[in-house]
Design a protein around this ligand. Structure first.
Ligand code: FAD
Length: 316
């Protein structure tokens, strides 16, 4: 392909709710956007099952189906998807340059919506039961665990916050942590310790997620814990497992150009999606460590599209 055909008015990096919403808006504004879908087309919601809090779906919707609909909606207005990862960018001059493993692309404006990946344990059994008892988001899935027993793994503020939140639904919350000291702030830890529904299991790591398959349906039933000192293995039965060991914003690629906070989240000008490079906008979890929801990602995706459209107009 020539440079000519690889030159887009708007390039969107990432195809989660933020990227695909930005694609719907920029496509409807006749900006013929391209969406680089990356290694996880459809983003994080493709690894979950029921989504009950995205407005417009009275009875909920499966995550992968929701993302499929969003993509089709964007394509209907002329957005195109390229199923590649962007491996390098050059934001030092315009048009901006984006590179995949085999090609170079140019864009007048770029919307970054590469998300923030939940850090996971990396177990095969964790992946098997993801969405079937295993979750990386208490706000999203806590509701499904009314009256049930759940485990939260982690020792930082997020783990304490998620554990406290889950006590609104669960009958019992067990925090499993690999050490007996916690990274969490004193105030968050004290709050969790005072909560009668929360128990702590320390010096243990999760070795395996256990589960059953009944009538074609699978669900997790517990975990195997390994003691970090004597390596003994015990079983802990539970209906849910929330992984709360942090998130990693996918921003490595932009570190030479864009301002980030100390944990790598992109910094946008307050009330907008403008980054420090004119013509480069950021939307969704990549610039949001606070809310991290599909609807907030979609909302800022819309904002980024409108910001990009107005910015491009002002360049003409
Ligand atoms: P993401 O969805 O993370 O998408 C990022 C995209 O960027 C992906 O398409 C990826 O392929 C792409 N990408 C990354 N790097 C590159 C690159 N270099 N080049 C090209 N593409 C790249 N939220 C809710 O509101 N309700 C729920 O019920 C809910 N359930 C959840 C369940 C689970 C298990 C998880 C993990 C999250 C859940 N969330 C839920 C949170 C929600 O999924 C996120 O807040 C939302 O997906 C963030 O959207 P995003 O568009 O910012 O990024």
């Amino acid at each position: 392909m020539s440079e000519q055909t690889n030159h887009f008015k708007v390039a969107i990096i990432g195809s989660g709710p933020a990227g695909l919403t930005a694609a719907i808006y920029t496509a409807r504004a006749n900006l013929n956007p391209v969406v680089f879908e990356g290694l996880q087309p459809g983003g994080q919601l493709t690894i979950t099952t029921e989504v009950e809090n995205f407005p417009g779906f009275e009875h909920g919707i499966q995550g992968p189906e929701l993302m499929d609909i969003m993509r089709k909606q964007a394509h209907r207005f002329g957005a195109q998807s390229i199923y590649k990862d962007i491996t390098e960018v050059d934001f030092s001059k315009r048009p901006f340059k984006l590179k995949s493993y085999d090609e170079e692309y140019y864009a007048d404006a770029v919307i970054i919506s590469t998300g923030a990946s939940a850090r996971l344990l990396g177990l095969e059994s964790e992946a098997k039961y993801m969405g079937y008892g295993v979750s990386a988001c208490a706000t999203c899935d806590g509701f499904f665990f009314k009256g049930l027993k759940v485990i939260v793994v982690g020792g930082g503020d997020t783990a304490m916050e998620e554990a406290n939140f889950l006590t609104k639904f669960a009958s019992e919350v067990i925090i499993v942590h690999r050490r007996d000291e916690f990274r969490a702030s004193k105030i968050m830890l004290d709050r969790a310790k005072k909560n009668p529904k929360i128990k702590f299991v320390t010096n243990k790591v999760i070795k395996e997620v256990l589960g059953v398959e009944e009538g074609g349906k699978k669900r997790m039933t517990g975990v195997l814990l390994e003691d970090t000192k004597d390596h003994s293995v015990t079983q802990l039965d539970a209906d849910g497992l929330f992984i709360a060991i942090g998130h990693k914003p996918n921003t490595e690629l932009f570190k030479n150009y864009l301002e980030m906070d100390e944990t790598g989240y992109l910094i946008v000008k307050p009330g907008s999606t403008y980054t420090n490079v004119e013509g480069v906008f950021a939307a969704g979890d990549v610039a949001d460590k606070k809310y991290r929801q599909a609807i907030t990602a979609a909302g800022t995706g819309c904002m980024a599209a409108l910001d990009a459209e107005r910015w491009l107009e002002a360049q003409e």
